[in-house]
Design a protein around this ligand. Structure first.
Ligand code: FRU
Length: 528
């Protein structure tokens, strides 16, 4: 009797389970098709990501390593995730490169091609890839610098037996960025002492022995932890070259929380001397990006001279809420790769960032309107909506007056809107995401963030990239940049353009809107 009763029960349970699994399968979107999954920005497959690490170009491949928790989608068990790309648009996910081991987490750092095999890690006449990263000890307050190397194009890595290679016995000493310094024929490491708001420079003939060379600090924004520095020569528009020293800071960023500042000057292998004209008012930091979601930006190493570009990207989030952004199963994205330059201005040098040129390959149809009034341009925009929400907009205006304002309202679906507003009198560019969509996961997510806008010869240009959960605004050829996450309820994008105030002479020289194609990964690899 009992048997008899139990059997039908088991059957019902089985049927129920089957039904449930069907339901769940129907509800589970395909990988990379989830709500808010960026379609042309890099994201980890199904885990947590923060800083970009070890970016290096070798043998036709751009490597992107990243701070990764292989076991979950919140910060922890820090290791280096890994992906490679041949065009910086499509990424192939590779297995974990460097894993937390023996109580040592793998914090941020860099990688170089050791062309001259100075380290002796090379094999079979091929130069090794060498990663220089911070070992973070979980059981004691200690961070020091370590090496790992690869002899198979970054596919497998060996931790150096002589680690650590640089140890100040400090709790906070991290994020080494190494480059070859040609004039002195040696390696230079720029590394942060976060709590002292300074960076140290060390020099080495072989990546293993490091000696103190100099330091820089106490300038720009100092009211936060200095992290993830970078140091590189950078071309000046119109000719010449200067050195850029990048210092990420958290908190203390321009929009609150994490931010990325830069210094322009000269570097002789030991000392970085800030350019006096650029940094005359030392109290005013120079920000690479004025939005809320641009952090830990560092550049690619070993880009061939024939390419000549300095490329970087940043982590598109903010420590104020990074762990709580409601995306599943992954958490966090990188910005698009950007090309860097310096622009001479009456106030000194300014960093210029442009979306890297290969991105235009994603343009899918689209069109342009030339020589129009703002009202005509608005009517043109009203006839175009982008259902996928993936788009690029370029706007060039002439005769910009000294007062009045221009507003670009970006509507997502029925309810959400992100406002981008150029205020000519104030000389500012504002991005308002207070009504963009989901923001309840953090009290500090919704907000209005402002960048300076330097208008010369009455010209304004904006280039904007829209992905499913981000907006990147490049104004004035990349002189003012705002990067922001937005989480709209619906992806569809509709744009409108209006001008207010004394704007009678304002003309739209050109307006282009391109829907963009998604750039799915060429191969995914789930962790661990
Ligand atoms: C910056 C940072 C780095 C550190 C890493 C740890 O976001 O705090 O200083 O190396 O993240 O994940």
């Amino acid at each position: 009797m009992r048997q008899h009763r139990r059997f039908p029960h088991a059957l019902t349970l089985l049927t129920l389970l089957l039904l449930l699994s069907r339901l769940v399968a129907a509800e589970t979107p395909p990988l990379f098709g989830e709500k808010w999954r960026p379609q042309f920005h890099f994201t980890p497959v199904d885990t947590w990501m923060n800083d970009p690490n070890g970016m290096v170009f070798y043998d036709g491949e751009y490597h992107l390593f990243y701070q990764n928790n292989p076991f979950g989608n919140r910060w922890g068990h820090m290791s280096w995730g890994h992906a490679v790309s041949r065009d910086l648009v499509h990424w192939e996910h590779l297995p974990l490169a460097l894993a937390e081991e023996d109580g040592v987490m793998i914090f941020s750092g860099s990688a170089v091609v050791d062309w001259k095999n100075t380290s002796g890690f090379g094999k079979g006449g091929q130069p090794p890839l060498v990663a220089i990263y911070t070992g973070h000890y979980t059981a004691k307050p200690l961070q020091n610098q370590h090496l790992a190397y690869s002899n198979d194009r970054g596919r497998t890595w060996t931790k150096f037996a002589g680690n650590p290679v640089l140890d100040l016995k400090m709790a906070d000493f991290r994020d080494p960025k190494v480059r070859w310094h040609e004039p002195t024929s040696r390696w230079v490491m720029t590394v942060a002492l976060p709590k002292e708001a300074k960076v140290h420079f060390y020099a080495s003939p072989d990546l293993k022995q490091w000696s103190y060379a100099g330091e820089f600090g106490g300038a720009g924004a100092t009211n936060g932890l200095w992290e993830c520095p970078d140091l590189f020569p950078l071309a000046v528009e119109g000719g010449g070259e200067k050195w850029a020293l990048i210092v990420n800071i958290n908190p203390g960023g321009p929009a609150g929380g994490s931010g990325c500042q830069y210094f322009v000057g000269d570097f002789d292998g030991k000392r970085f001397v800030a350019d006096p004209a650029t940094h005359a008012q030392t109290a005013v930091p120079l920000w690479a990006d004025w939005g809320r979601d641009f952090y830990a930006a560092v550049s690619w190493s070993d880009i061939p001279k024939s390419d000549g570009r300095r490329l970087w990207l940043g982590w598109m989030s903010n420590w104020d809420y990074a762990n709580d952004v409601p995306t599943l199963p992954w958490r966090s994205a990188m910005t698009v790769p950007r090309e860097l330059a310096l622009r001479p201005t009456p106030q000194g040098f300014r960093l210029i960032q442009r979306p890297m040129s290969q991105l235009t390959r994603l343009r899918d149809g689209g069109g342009s309107r030339r020589r129009a009034s703002v009202a005509e341009a608005n009517a043109w925009l009203a006839r175009r909506s982008v259902s996928s929400g993936l788009a690029e907009l370029e706007l060039r205006l002439d005769n910009v007056p000294r007062s009045g304002a221009l507003a670009l309202v970006c509507r997502h679906g029925r309810t959400g809107e992100t406002r981008i507003e150029a205020d000519f009198a104030a000389g500012t560019l504002r991005l308002d995401r207070t009504r963009s969509g989901r923001s309840d996961f953090s009290a500090s997510f919704a907000g209005v963030h402002t960048a300076p806008l330097r208008i010369s010869e009455g010209r304004l240009n904006l280039r904007i990239l829209f992905d499913t959960s981000s907006v990147e605004v490049f104004a004035q050829g990349g002189e003012s940049v705002l990067t922001e996450l937005v989480l709209p309820d619906s992806p569809e994008l509709k744009l409108s353009l209006t001008a207010t105030g004394d704007v009678g002479s304002l003309r739209v020289n050109s307006l282009s809107l391109w829907p963009l194609r998604p750039a799915p990964p060429t191969r995914t690899h789930s962790q661990p």
